[in-house]
Ligand binder design. Structure first.
Ligand SMILES: *[C@@H]1O[C@H](CO)[C@@H](O)[C@H](O)[C@H]1NC(C)=O
Ligand SMILES: *[C@@H]1O[C@H](CO)[C@@H](O)[C@H](O)[C@H]1NC(C)=O
Ligand SMILES: *[C@@H]1O[C@H](CO)[C@@H](O)[C@H](O)[C@H]1NC(C)=O
Length: 341
């Protein structure tokens, strides 16, 4: 890895991702409102079968995947309610809770575990919550760039009191921003992203992801389908399972990023496309697909709780709506709530 080559690439990765992602992967991005792409997404893509495509050639590029027990450290940036933190913590804790009711979050992780490294070792089945750090006074302001995000992480791992531990081999760092924080390209192009920190800024190469609470800025994009964009007439929002549209919408984005961090932590392991600066990764291929038949604005077959909330898998105590991930063994997106299992 040559980190000094990376900064411009990091930005183009995300821009190009959008162009290269197969048509079946979908989110109601604002640019779709201006074209007739929304019609296409509603009609044409819904005929596709859960992202299945002969054109997807996911390849292994010989880099590491996370085969040792995974520890997820969280930085809570801005103002977070106790209950919001609970929903997210319990989701992380659910990944390795094999006794949750089926279909479960741990069943969802089993698709991620199908990915191996050069030695044939699978991604770890163990994901646990590590340390947490609060940055409640917005140390780097209410508008962050991709570079200032790394400075926020640096502050957290070098803090004088209770710094986050440095865990470069099997640690993941999640920077979660509250609903009053804007991050470069948020809402227009991304709801979250992952990369690794540069030694020149942070002092270490640490795989990290940022995910934002979109409740105030763009719930119709990043908390879809618990909020819907106005440009799709007739579409009604679904009721979120934990009573918090922004946080329930973040769960699927967190899952997306954690699955990709595990299978492509240094962006040199599992991705599709010939170009390493434009990788399409295991969750990109299935964005917007949550159940059998999913594609376009149709989420696929989901479940309705007795309270009318929509979800597709169970955690330890709560229910969640989480997108599926690409299964390279069968060559389509799979999830624990598939009807044909
Ligand atoms: C978009 O669709 C509308 C009606 O469906 C049509 O009249 C219009 O020409 C289309 N625009 C483009 C750019 O294709
Ligand atoms: C490990 O990965 C291989 C190849 O995808 C798969 O066949 C096997 O079932 C995986 N093992 C576990 C424990 O997931
Ligand atoms: C990894 O996690 C498992 C439980 O899932 C535990 O039994 C094992 O001791 C852990 N290994 C290490 C090295 O911490």
């Amino acid at each position: 890895m040559e980190p000094s080559l990376v900064p411009p690439a990091a930005i183009s990765v995300l821009l190009l991702l959008l162009l290269l992602t197969p048509a079946a992967a979908w989110r109601p991005w604002p640019h779709l409102a201006k074209s007739n792409a929304s019609d296409d997404a509603l009609v044409a893509d819904s005929k596709k079968y859960e992202g299945s495509s002969e054109f997807v050639h996911l390849k292994y590029h010989m880099g590491p995947v996370l085969t040792a027990n995974i520890t997820v450290h969280i930085i809570w940036y801005g103002t977070w309610q106790r209950n919001q933190k609970k929903i997210i913590r319990e989701f992380i804790n659910s990944v390795s809770a094999p006794h949750s009711k089926s279909p479960s979050v741990s069943g969802w992780w089993r698709t991620v575990q199908l990915y191996t490294d050069q030695t044939g070792a699978n991604i770890s089945s163990t994901v646990r919550l590590g340390e947490e750090k609060n940055d409640r006074f917005y140390s780097h302001g209410k508008s962050l760039t991709r570079m200032s995000i790394q400075s926020v992480i640096k502050s957290a791992v070098t803090a004088k009191s209770r710094p986050l531990p440095i865990n470069a081999r099997n640690g993941l760092y999640l920077l979660l921003t509250s609903d009053d924080v804007y991050v470069e390209n948020f809402c227009g192009q991304v709801c979250g992203f992952h990369y690794f920190t540069f030694p020149s800024i942070v002092g270490y190469t640490l795989p990290y992801a940022w995910i934002g609470n979109s409740e105030k800025l763009c719930p119709g994009v990043c908390a879809y389908p618990f909020a819907v964009p106005s440009y799709i007439p007739g579409l009604k929002p679904m009721k979120s399972p934990n009573g918090d549209v922004g946080v329930d919408g973040m769960i699927s984005v967190i899952a997306h990023e954690v699955a990709e961090l595990a299978s492509n932590p240094l962006v040199n392991a599992w991705y599709a496309g010939g170009d390493p600066i434009a990788p399409v990764e295991i969750a990109d291929l299935c964005e917007g697909i949550y159940g059998t038949g999913g594609g376009g604005s149709y989420t696929g077959q989901l479940m309705d709780g007795h309270d009318g909330a929509t979800y597709n898998m169970n955690g330890i105590r709560r229910r969640y709506l989480v997108q599926w991930v690409w299964n390279h063994v069968v060559n389509y997106c799979t999830g624990p709530n598939a009807l044909d299992q």
